[in-house]
Design a protein around this ligand. Structure first.
Ligand code: NAD
Length: 704
């Protein structure tokens, strides 16, 4: 049963009961329609209260049904709302906790609405590249007024019931309940009053009968469009929503609803909405680990120790402080410790100076931070995160120490980017407690956290690491142990392709511009200049020894040999003036590229931007497919989340694996084969990963 009916005197209470958040799945819609019809047919019922549970009234449509026939099966959401609106007995929506999307639209079909003060109301469809599809764009402006409704619809952000009730002239909420505890009783009282009024012959109120007006409609909508234009470059939903809200001010409800449905269906078929819906689902799936069920116990984490107060250690410490945890920061030398503590302090002070951090919060954060040079001071921490130099010898020293001093049950984490986590775990007598926590720089800002599962990492430790990441508000993706984990491993062929493109005829600017036009915030050369070209150089030197068969362009090495490490040295693929992050075209680099081509006997050719994009993104995709097949990532969606949250892949393209599927894996494999057989081609590089080759012939999907 997904809807429970109970009687309170002559009021029928219909309670949505589809955990966790009362998604409006087909079964729930069917049950609700049945319960509504029963209550209407029952002569002893004088009014109806529709409510949810403590966690939600309803979070809206069931997203897994989106685009599938089930979403349209009877009763669909508009039909259900129509039934509520035309119910002959007063229906009161009693809104608990969350009324979002279809959930709010359902409430808008009821005759009366009451909400607990903290209930969050939202129409978040634009975040999925859609507009509300069950009357939201037509009824909300009638209920809340045009401007407030438009803000809600185009932002997708929630408003609390208490705030909504303060909007002048609003008819969204008839009442705000005193508290969540009294909501039902107050809803019952409202229902009793409504029943009395109905009995006295008063017509039932309906948003259908209200007008959505704006005193300066034309100017206002033009202004709203101008405001959203930049943001709507890749996603058309916000602008389409403005059209619909404007239609609500001009058209009768039925005509507006018909227009809304058409726009909704149009948008549903856009690639950007498919991508954003994929991201929504992938984000929620990323936290799930097949053999570590949600019921796996986790260890409490309140006190975190960070070893190493450099770039990463300081950022990780701030991420933990921001989440309300206690942090001990350990270094071996006082000057390094002072530098790290000073960096943290000055970052927070900078935020406070800009008004982004209140003085109390600044004091609170620094009050929870403690710097030390003694391992004894961190022994009682629940989690310790090592962020020392990327050197196995140093890691060994640190982990042996940690093993000796840390309390039993402490989680021992390493932030290593490239070293073998299993080997690191082997330095301890408790490899089951060792896990990788691969943060991205700056660690207090970047959303991504790769949680690296060692061969012996215990399920409980993995579950604790995931819960800890969630506390830090990170998007956590589990990666197996391999060189570079998911994200950096894929970056390797991406950078190799970028360098080959230079050899063949591109300039760094052309490559960067092409992929930035595709939607990345930064192309490979600007990115490498920012991160430091020496980092890639060090990794390549290791690869030359470990994987001599892999083909590299030596051009990036030539650049490093000139000391052009990027922004930090004022020169990399671009030239940088002091204090400026925007690079200028470098004649030195142009000369270097030309000499390099000449030394290889390569005549530059003209390369289309489309080829640049395909070669860079398909380089990611091919490695992603290998990662998936090897089980390093559990799902293609996990790989997408890594690229979306850690590497700037445009959300409206859904991530590399989703993008590849949208092209069709057959087409992807064909394109790779075309690159392999081109005169300048690299047959080894463009060998489609076995998974892609198989899915291309089977017509399969990564996400299936
Ligand atoms: P960093 O050089 O800025 O900082 C390292 C710090 O560790 C220094 O302050 C050093 O004094 C300290 N240290 C060295 N040996 C120590 C020891 N035995 N005990 C305590 N402290 C010690 O380096 P970083 O960029 O912060 O990188 C740290 C780790 O994080 C590395 O493993 C790196 O691969 C990884 N990582 C770096 C990035 C990045 O973008 N910089 C991103 C992800 C992961």
């Amino acid at each position: 049963m997904t809807v429970l009916t109970e009687r309170r005197a002559d009021v029928a209470v219909l309670r949505l009961d589809n955990p966790p958040l009362n998604g409006l799945s087909l079964a729930t819609r069917q049950a609700l329609l049945r319960a509504l019809e029963d209550a209407q047919a029952d002569a002893s019922v004088r009014a109806i209260v529709l409510t949810g549970g403590p966690r939600a009234f309803s979070s809206g449509a069931d997203i897994t049904e989106f685009g599938s026939p089930t979403a349209y099966q009877h009763p669909n959401l508009p039909t259900l709302i129509d039934a509520l609106e035309h119910c002959t007995k007063p229906v009161v929506a009693a809104l608990n906790a969350v009324a979002m999307g279809g959930g709010l639209e359902l409430a808008l079909g009821c005759h009366y609405r009451i909400a607990e003060p903290n209930c969050r109301l939202a129409l978040p469809e634009v975040k999925l590249g859609l507009v509300p599809g069950a009357g939201g764009t037509q009824r909300l402006p009638r209920a809340l007024g045009v401007e407030a409704a438009l803000n809600l619809i185009t932002s997708g952000e929630p408003i609390t019931a208490a705030a909504a009730a303060r909007v002048p002239g609003q008819a969204l909420l008839d009442r705000v309940a005193t508290s969540a505890d009294t909501l039902l009783d107050e809803a019952l009282a409202l229902a009793a009053e409504a029943a009395q009024q109905a009995q006295a012959g008063q017509p039932l109120p309906s948003l259908r009968d209200r007008k959505a007006c704006h005193p300066r409609a034309e100017g206002y909508f033009a202004f709203a469009r101008a405001m959203l234009k930049g943001q709507a470059r890749h996603v058309s939903a916000p602008l389409r929503a403005i059209d619909l809200v404007e239609a609500a001010t001009r058209l009768p409800l039925a005509a507006g609803l018909a227009q809304e449905l058409q726009v909704f269906l149009d948008l549903m078929n856009t690639p950007e909405s498919a991508a954003l819906r994929h991201v929504f689902v992938a984000e929620r799936a990323a936290g799930k680990i097949a053999d570590v069920p949600a019921s796996t116990p986790t260890r409490p984490v309140q006190h975190v120790a960070v070893v190493g107060a450099g770039t990463m250690g300081s950022g990780i410490a701030m991420a933990c402080l921001n989440a309300g945890l206690r942090v001990s920061l350990l270094e071996t030398q006082a000057p390094a410790l002072e530098r790290g503590m000073g960096n943290i302090r000055s970052t927070y002070e900078g935020q406070a100076a800009k008004g982004r951090l209140k003085p109390e919060a600044l004091a609170d954060r620094l009050g929870r931070l403690n710097g030390t040079l003694a391992y004894a001071d961190i022994a009682q921490a629940d989690v310790v995160i090592e962020a020392v130099f990327e050197d196995m010898g140093v890691k060994e020293q640190v982990f042996r120490q940690l093993d000796a001093v840390m309390k039993p049950g402490a989680v021992l984490a390493s932030n290593t980017s490239t070293l073998d986590l299993n080997a690191i775990a082997g330095f301890t007598r408790r490899p089951q407690d060792v896990v990788g926590l691969h943060f991205f720089s700056p660690a207090h800002v970047m959303k991504l956290l790769e949680v690296v599962r060692g061969e012996q990492t215990a399920p409980e430790v993995l579950a604790t690491a995931m819960a800890f990441g969630k506390t830090l508000r990170k998007t956590c993706v589990v990666s197996g142990v391999c060189d570079g984990f998911i994200g950096n491993r894929m970056l390797d062929p991406y950078f190799r392709q970028a360098a080959f493109l230079l050899e063949e005829g591109c300039s760094p600017q052309q490559v960067d511009r092409a992929i930035e036009t595709f939607g990345f915030p930064m192309g490979p050369f600007r990115m490498s200049d920012m991160a430091g070209n020496d980092i890639g150089w060090a990794i390549r030197k290791r690869h030359y020894v470990e994987k001599p068969q892999v083909r590299h362009s030596r051009l990036p090495d030539r650049l490093c040999e000139l000391g052009r490490f990027g922004q930090k040295t004022g020169a990399g693929w671009y030239d940088y003036r002091p204090g400026q992050r925007d690079g200028a075209i470098s004649p030195v680099v142009n000369e270097l590229i030309e000499q390099h081509r000449a030394s290889l006997g390569l005549a530059p050719r003209k390369i289309a931007n489309e080829e640049i994009v395909q070669r860079l993104v398909l380089a990611l995709v091919n490695e992603g497919a290998r990662i998936l097949e090897e089980g390093v990532a559990a799902r293609a969606g996990d790989i997408d989340m890594v690229y979306l949250t850690g590497y700037g892949f445009p959300a409206w393209r859904g991530g590399p694996m989703h993008w590849a599927e949208q092209q069709g894996l057959y087409a992807v494999a064909q394109t790779m084969r075309r690159f392999a057989s081109a005169p300048h081609g690299d047959a080894d590089f463009w060998q489609p990963a076995p998974l892609i080759a198989r899915l291309a012939t089977e017509g399969g999907r990564f996400h299936g």
